[in-house]
Design a binder for this molecule. Structure first.
Ligand code: CUK
Ligand code: CUA
Length: 666
C-alpha cells in the first residue's frame, strides 16, 4: 500500500470514506449526518497517519455501540488458570471465566459451592491456586460445535475443567490420578462422549518415587478418556479410563471425525527417553530429546478400547481404570506411525481423512492418510516394534505427502474453502496451503500446495480459525496467538503482553489481511476455539430465585423475600439473607467470638444484569450474586470487632447504602 501514489491514495480514501459514510448513515449512529464534529475521514486518516488498508481493517473490526460480535472466541488464559471469552471481530474481552484460580469478581473460589468445585482439583489433598490452561475444547454434536460446554486442561497439574455455557461458569474440576502433567487435552470426540487428556512428562507409574535410573521400566506416559455425561453436565469418573503408554512425552492429540470417528491421534517426542541431567554432563533435554529423526504418532482405536474397558480388561491404578500397555498391544488398540523429529501439533482435516503433523524442527507438514493407516493396521504392514512391543506402521505406506511450509510449523487449522493454515513459530508467519483430497476438490482446488504466507508479530504458537477444527469450518477469520509482542505495544516493563492478531482470510483468491492486534496481559494463552455467537444460548438470569450454579438446581438454602432469618444452635449461627436493590436483609448480624457462621445469601432480583456483590472485610470473602443466585460462605468468627459488609457491584444509585454491620462481640 505504501507504493500507492498520493493521488491514488486520495482516490482510494475518498472511495472508502464514501462507503463508510453511507454505512454510517444507514445505521442508527447517523443523527449528525455521519462523522462527528464536522471532521471528515480523510483528515482524520491523514492526521493519524492511517493507510487505506488501516481504514479497511478498522471498518472490518469496529463494532458500533450496541451491536454484537458474530463470534465468541474461547481462549485459554495460560498461567492465569482461567478461560478468556473474546468477541470477534471486535476482539473485545467479554469475560474471564474463573477456572483453576480464584477470581474475586465472580466470587469464584470464595463460597462453599465454588470452593468445593475447586477442591475437585486438589493434589493429594493440597489445594492449588493456579493452573496453566492450554487447550479449550467446545462440546460437539456430530463433529460440530453445539455451544453447550467448554472444557479446558491445566497442563501444570493434569486437571480438566468443565464449563457450562448456560451461565459461563465452571462446574467441575477433575484431577488426573495418573499424572502431574498433561498436554494432549482437552479435545473431545465428535459427540462429546469422551474428553481426551494425554499426559506430557512421563511419571512413575506407581504414582510414588522412582529413580530416573529406572526410567524405562518404572516411568510411563498415559492418555485418559474422561466419559462425559451430557445430561448431568459432568464427567463420570467411574466410566472413564486411561491407556498406559510408553514413557515418551506425549504431546498434542486430536480426535478422529467422520471416516476416522472412533480413533484418536496423539503425538509424542522424547522417544529417546532422555532423562536430562545437564548438571552431570548429560545432554540437556533439548538435545537429548531431539536426537532421533523420528518420533511416534500414537494411533489409538478408541472404539475398541471402550469395548476392552467394558469387558473389564483393566487394572486399577490409584483407584482409576487403566488398560495396560500389554493389553493394548494384545488387543490391537495402539499402533505407532513414525513422524518427523519432535512434532508438535496433530490436526485432523474436516473430512476426517488426513492427519496433519507439524514437526517443529522440520520445515514440512507431514500428512498421513487415515484410510492407509487403517489398512496398514488390518494388513499388519509393520516396519518393526518399539521397545515396549507396540507395532510401528510402515511410514511410506501410510504417508500421503509432505509440504514445505516454512520454519517451525506448530499447528494447523482449516477453512471452508479447502485451505489449511499452519502457524510457523520460527518464521513468525502463518502459511496457507491447499489440502488435497475430496474436501478441497469440492471447493475447486487440487493438490497439496503452499499458496501464501502472512507475517505475524511475533513467534506464533496456536492459530484459531472460526470453527476451524470441526467438520464444518466457517473460515472468514483467523486469530494468530503470538507468544512475543516485542514492539507492538507501549512499554509496560520487561514482562510484555502476548499478542492476538486477527487476520481476515475470507478471500480465497486474494491475500490474507491483518486486521487487529489485541494485547493479552494475563498469561500465555495457548489455544482458542471460535464459535458462531448464535450457537450460544446462555441464560439471562438464573431460572429460579434461590438457584445454586454449582449444582445447576434450586438450592435448599435459597430464599424468597420474606423468608430471611438468623438461627442460632449452640455456637452455630446460620443466616439466610436476601439481597435486592438496594439493601440486604438482615442488615445487622451479631454473633459471639468463636461462633461458627454459615451465611446463605440469595439475590432475589429477576432483572437482567442486577447483580449484587457481598464483601466481608477481614475474612477474605467476596461473592457475586447474579439475579436469582444463592451462595453460602462459612467461617469461624475468630476475632471480635465490627465488620462493615457491603455490595461490591454498583447496582443502583443507592448502591453505597447497600451495606450492613457484622458484629462479633467478645
Ligand atoms: S501448545 Cu502452546 S503453542 Cu501447549 Cu497447544 Cu502449541
Ligand atoms: Cu447491590 Cu450494589
Amino acid at each position: 500500500m505504501k507504493s500507492l501514489s498520493w493521488k491514488k491514495w486520495i482516490t482510494v480514501l475518498a472511495a472508502i470514506s464514501t462507503v463508510l459514510f453511507l454505512v454510517m448513515c444507514g445505521g442508527n449512529q447517523s443523527q449528525n449526518g455521519g462523522v462527528a464534529g464536522g471532521e471528515d475521514l480523510q483528515s482524520i486518516a491523514e492526521a493519524r497517519g492511517l493507510t487505506p488498508a488501516d481504514l479497511v481493517a478498522a471498518a472490518k473490526t469496529y463494532m458500533p455501540t450496541g451491536k454484537h460480535d458474530d463470534y465468541f472466541m474461547f481462549a485459554s488464559g495460560g498461567h492465569s488458570g482461567q478461560v478468556l471469552v473474546i468477541g470477534m471481530p471486535s476482539m473485545r474481552l467479554l469475560k474471564v471465566i474463573g477456572v483453576f484460580t480464584p477470581e474475586p469478581w465472580q466470587g469464584w473460589g470464595y463460597s462453599n459451592e465454588t470452593r468445593e468445585i475447586m477442591q475437585g482439583g486438589n493434589v493429594d489433598g493440597k489445594a492449588l491456586h493456579w493452573g496453566d490452561t492450554h487447550h479449550p475444547a467446545l462440546s460437539e454434536t456430530d463433529g460440530d460445535y453445539d455451544g453447550q460446554f467448554c472444557f479446558i486442561n491445566d497442563k501444570a497439574n493434569a486437571r480438566i475443567a468443565v464449563i457450562d455455557l448456560r451461565d459461563f461458569e465452571t462446574k467441575q474440576i477433575v484431577k488426573n490420578p495418573l499424572s502431574l502433567s498433561d498436554h494432549g487435552g482437552s479435545m473431545v470426540t465428535p459427540n462429546t462422549e469422551y474428553i481426551i487428556e494425554g499426559g506430557q512428562y512421563a511419571m512413575p507409574w506407581s504414582g510414588k518415587y522412582a529413580s530416573l535410573k529406572d526410567y524405562k521400566e518404572k516411568y510411563r506416559g498415559m492418555v485418559t478418556f474422561w466419559k462425559f455425561d451430557r445430561k448431568k453436565g459432568r464427567i463420570d469418573e467411574s466410566k472413564s479410563f486411561a491407556l498406559e503408554l510408553p514413557p515418551y512425552w506425549q504431546d498434542l492429540a486430536d480426535a478422529g471425525k467422520l471416516v476416522s470417528d472412533g480413533w484418536v491421534f496423539l503425538n509424542s517426542f522424547n522417544t529417546e527417553m532422555s532423562t536430562g541431567g545437564v548438571e552431570e554432563g548429560n545432554p540437556p533435554f533439548e538435545a537429548g530429546a531431539s536426537q532421533r529423526d523420528m518420533d511416534y504418532l500414537h494411533v489409538i482405536n478408541l472404539k475398541k478400547a471402550v469395548k476392552v474397558f467394558e469387558a473389564g480388561k483393566v487394572s486399577k491404578i490409584n483407584g482409576f481404570n487403566v488398560i495396560s500397555l500389554k493389553t493394548s498391544v494384545a488387543e490391537g488398540l495402539l499402533h505407532f506411525v513414525p513422524e518427523p523429529k519432535s512434532p508438535h501439533g496433530v490436526d485432523v482435516t474436516p473430512d476426517g481423512n488426513f492427519l496433519v503433523i507439524s514437526g517443529k524442527l522440520d520445515p514440512h507438514v507431514t500428512i498421513f492418510n487415515f484410510n492407509k493407516i487403517k489398512s496398514a493396521i488390518e494388513n499388519k504392514t509393520f516396519s518393526g516394534k518399539d521397545d515396549y512391543g507396540v507395532p510401528i506402521l510402515d511410514y511410506d505406506t501410510v504417508l500421503e505427502t509432505q509440504i514445505e511450509v516454512g520454519l517451525g510449523p506448530l499447528h494447523t487449522q482449516f477453512d471452508q474453502n479447502g485451505f489449511a493454515y499452519t502457524s510457523l513459530f520460527l518464521e513468525s508467519a502463518v502459511a496457507r496451503w491447499t489440502l488435497g483430497g475430496d474436501f478441497t476438490k469440492k471447493h475447486g482446488k487440487e493438490g497439496w500446495t503452499l499458496i501464501d504466507k502472512i507475517s505475524v508479530h511475533y513467534n506464533v504458537g496456536h492459530i484459531a480459525v472460526a470453527e476451524g477444527d470441526n467438520v464444518n469450518p466457517d473460515g472468514k477469520y483467523l486469530v494468530s496467538l503470538n507468544k512475543w509482542a516485542v514492539d507492538r505495544f507501549g512499554n509496560v516493563g520487561p514482562l510484555l503482553p502476548q499478542n492476538f492478531q486477527l487476520i481476515d482470510i475470507s478471500n480465497p483468491d486474494g491475500n490474507m489481511q491483518l486486521l487487529y492486534d489485541m494485547p493479552i496481559g494475563i498469561g500465555e494463552p495457548h489455544y482458542a476455539q471460535i464459535i458462531k455467537a448464535d450457537k450460544i444460548k446462555s441464560w439471562e438470569v438464573y431460572p429460579e430465585i434461590g438457584w445454586n450454579p454449582g449444582t445447576q438446581s434450586k438450592d435448599p438454602n435459597g430464599i424468597r423475600p420474606g423468608e430471611e432469618k438468623v438461627v442460632r444452635r449452640g455456637n452455630k449461627v446460620e443466616i439466610w439473607m436476601s439481597a435486592v436493590r438496594s439493601h440486604y436483609n438482615p442488615e445487622r448480624v451479631e454473633v459471639r467470638k468463636g461462633d461458627h457462621v454459615i451465611w446463605h445469601i440469595t439475590n432475589v432480583e429477576r432483572a437482567k444484569d442486577a447483580t449484587h456483590g457481598f464483601a466481608l472485610p477481614g475474612f477474605d470473602f467476596n461473592l457475586s450474586l447474579e439475579p436469582g443466585e444463592t451462595q453460602t460462605i462459612e467461617f469461624v468468627a475468630d476475632r471480635e470487632g465490627v465488620y462493615p459488609f457491603y455490595c461490591t457491584e454498583f447496582c443502583s444509585a443507592l448502591h453505597l447504602e447497600m451495606a450492613g454491620y457484622f458484629l462479633i462481640k467478645p
